[in-house]
Write a protein that binds this ligand. Structure first.
Ligand code: BES
Ligand code: ZN
Length: 619
């Protein structure tokens, strides 16, 4: 079927680029957006914004190019708290608009009566509480002297600072000019046209950006701060605060190799440069795959490259996610499960089979833990395709990756890799649904092979809860050796007898997470004094240690835990720690509330809002 808007595009004036198609199947309906792209859709966004740190607002204009059905006289955009001054056509004639009722997680529909206009200008500012934006005071940066701003768009936050159709199936090219204080640098997830910025008067600088490819709007990202750049290879490099730059560059110096390995696996890297922006520790994710510029947490800087799998992951999204994009948030496993599989293939190519097996085995542990946590194999939240707010825990990631690995083992790597490579080519710059992926597998890999179809259990994997019985579990010798040490320790061996000087993050996690949850205060004190866990510079080790301590109501860790929760804002760590405290009734709840009262101001708005509901939950 030819999508309707493709047909329209052919009739558009020759000067307009042909916009990316949208999917018009029922499964591609995005319930988290108000847009009605069949009637009118945005094809290009041009931003001209000034960052004002004093008022914590971005202000300026968004100019939108619109492709509309003949006769269509309105367009519906997504808006979450924007302060709109006016909307006009390009001759400055006012266009009437209305903002509808606001809905949680979604914001409000912004309906503009465009008449015959096909380019409109929205003059607006973002609200200081915009959910995508964190405005950091100098104290929360590494340099402690200048403020910092960053955005996090995925999944539905960008509508709090960009008035557009914020749906992953509606791809838009974009460009931007960003004006900032002259002592700061602005970077965005696009070609950076003026690396040094240009003087803009009044002690300001203006930076220009251009993304020629149509991308889903959740991938538009901005950061402003005291930033410096260091190249890592010919097409790779790192942006960070000056105080963090050298350490980050040393940790991530395999990045260029990763790009080469990824391209060798699944086809050319199509985005030009691959740079990494190292953010302050309040960044809510391990990483975010913003095109040309992965945003990353500094918690991966452990000095031993133990956690560069996070970079392999974000890089892999340059194919799975950014090139072929989940059509709706119910299909997010197509982004995260594919990427978790692909990430492991990059790890294998760069660091070898055993390292990749260690990471895959640990991800199997997480999968088992999540299946239990969700309430068992029949829990609906363990389905890959389903709730647009995602599956339980990290099941999108680890169940999704296990699904693809299971196909790989059944059909063989050569055939599977050839298929995946062609899949990315055939669907490049397009949205994809779960149903669309299964149809593609059947048409291009299975070819009616009845035995293969039966063995794979595709529909069971995609639509049913739990784990099908053909799931492949990769085992690691490195982690098996840890299990032996764990058994000896659990049988009473003293903490000082354990040689753990060369352990990677993953070995520590297997050990600490594998310990029986019930430990005596004496044994906990022994571990902390022998291994310095409370003072660990690794956020990963700290996390696993605090989790164990919390389940034992172990008071001596509370000051260190308090410090940890005031300095790190990565959701993967802070959500389970607060949830763990809240689950410990009268012991843990007052601790959680006391820490959160002052730590809240250090978190990204989306993390703070999610914690509000964890902390206020009636016990
Ligand atoms: N795209 C995700 C982050 C995300 C997912 C943001 C869903 C909003 C909604 C990113 O690629 C990611 O998965 N980050 C992980 C790291 C990864 C190595 C598991 C994280 O934050 O821990
Ligand atoms: Zn991801």
């Amino acid at each position: 079927m030819v999508p309707a808007l493709f047909v329209l595009a052919a009739a558009a004036p020759a000067s307009l680029p042909i916009p990316a198609p949208i999917l018009t199947t029922p499964q591609a309906r995005d319930t988290l957006s108000f847009a009605q792209p069949e009637t009118a859709r945005v094809t290009h966004v041009d931003l001209d914004l000034t960052a004002d740190f004093a008022t914590q607002r971005l202000s300026g204009t968004a100019t939108l190019d619109i492709l509309a059905k003949p006769g269509a006289d309105r367009i519906v955009l997504d808006d979450d708290g924007l302060v709109i001054a006016r909307i006009t056509d390009t001759d400055g004639r006012a266009l009437p608009y209305t903002v509808g009722a606001s809905v949680a997680e979604k914001g409000a529909p912004l309906t503009v009566r465009i008449g015959a206009a096909r380019r409109i200008v929205v003059t607006y500012t973002s609200a200081p509480k915009a959910s995508a934006l964190q405005w950091l005071p100098p104290a929360l940066t590494a340099g402690k002297s200048k403020p910092f701003l960053f955005s996090q768009g995925e999944p539905t936050n960008n509508r709090s600072w960009i008035p557009t159709q914020d749906s992953p199936g509606i791809r838009q090219s974009w460009s931007a000019h960003i004006t900032v204080p002259a002592s700061m640098m602005a970077v965005m997830s696009a070609n950076r046209l003026t690396p040094e910025g240009e003087p803009a008067g009044k002690g300001e600088k203006r930076f220009a950006f251009n993304m020629p490819h149509a991308v889903p709007p959740y991938l538009i990202a901005l950061a402003v701060g005291d930033l410096a750049f260091k190249p890592l290879g010919p097409t790779t490099g790192i942006y960070a605060e000056p105080a963090t730059l050298a350490r980050a560059a040393a940790e991530l110096d395999d990045t260029q190799k990763m790009v080469a390995a990824a391209s060798a696996l699944y086809g050319p890297y199509r985005w030009g440069r691959y740079d990494i922006l190292m953010l302050p520790p309040s960044f809510p994710y391990g990483g975010m795959e913003n095109p040309t510029l992965t945003f990353a947490t500094p918690t991966i800087l452990t000095g031993d490259k133990s956690n560069v799998d996070v970079i392999a992951h974000e890089l892999a999204h340059s194919w799975s996610g950014n090139l072929v994009t989940n059509a709706t948030w119910s299909d997010v496993w197509l982004n995260e499960g594919f990427t978790t599989y692909f990430e492991n293939r990059i790890d294998e190519a760069v660091y070898g089979k055993e390292r990749a097996a260690t990471l895959a085995d640990l991800s199997w542990d997480n999968l088992q833990r999540d299946l239990k946590g969700a309430g068992g194999p029949d829990a609906p939240s363990t389905r890959l395709h389903g709730d647009p707010n995602g599956t339980y825990g990290e099941l999108d990631y680890n169940k999704g990756a296990t699904f693809l690995r299971t196909i790989e083992y059944r059909v063989g790597r050569a055939k599977w890799d050839a298929y995946l490579r062609s899949y990315f080519d055939r669907h490049a710059f397009q949205p994809q649904t779960t149903a669309g992926f299964l149809a593609d597998l059947r048409a291009n890999l299975i070819h009616g092979d009845v035995a293969l179809e039966k063995d794979l259990q595709l529909d069971r994997w995609a639509y049913q809860p739990g784990l099908p019985d053909n799931a492949v579990h990769v085992r690691s010798a490195t982690l098996a050796a840890i299990d032996t040490k764990l058994a000896a320790f659990d049988a009473g061996a003293p903490a000082t007898s354990l040689d753990r000087s060369k352990w990677s993050t993953q070995e520590w996690l297997r050990f600490l997470n594998g310990l029986p949850r019930k430990q005596s205060p004496a044994r906990l004190a022994e571990m902390d004094s022998a291994w310095g866990l409370s003072r660990s510079p690794s956020a990963y080790i700290g996390f696993a240690w605090f989790s164990l301590a919390i389940s034992n109501h172990y008071d001596p860790v509370v000051p260190a835990l308090d410090h940890y929760l005031h300095t790190i804002g990565r959701g993967l760590f802070v959500f389970p720690l607060y949830r763990g405290l809240m689950a410990q009734g009268p012991w843990g709840q007052p601790i959680a509330r006391r820490i959160f009262a002052t730590a809240r101001a250090t978190y990204h708005p989306t993390v703070a809002a999610a914690l509000d509901s964890i902390i206020t939950k009636p016990s």
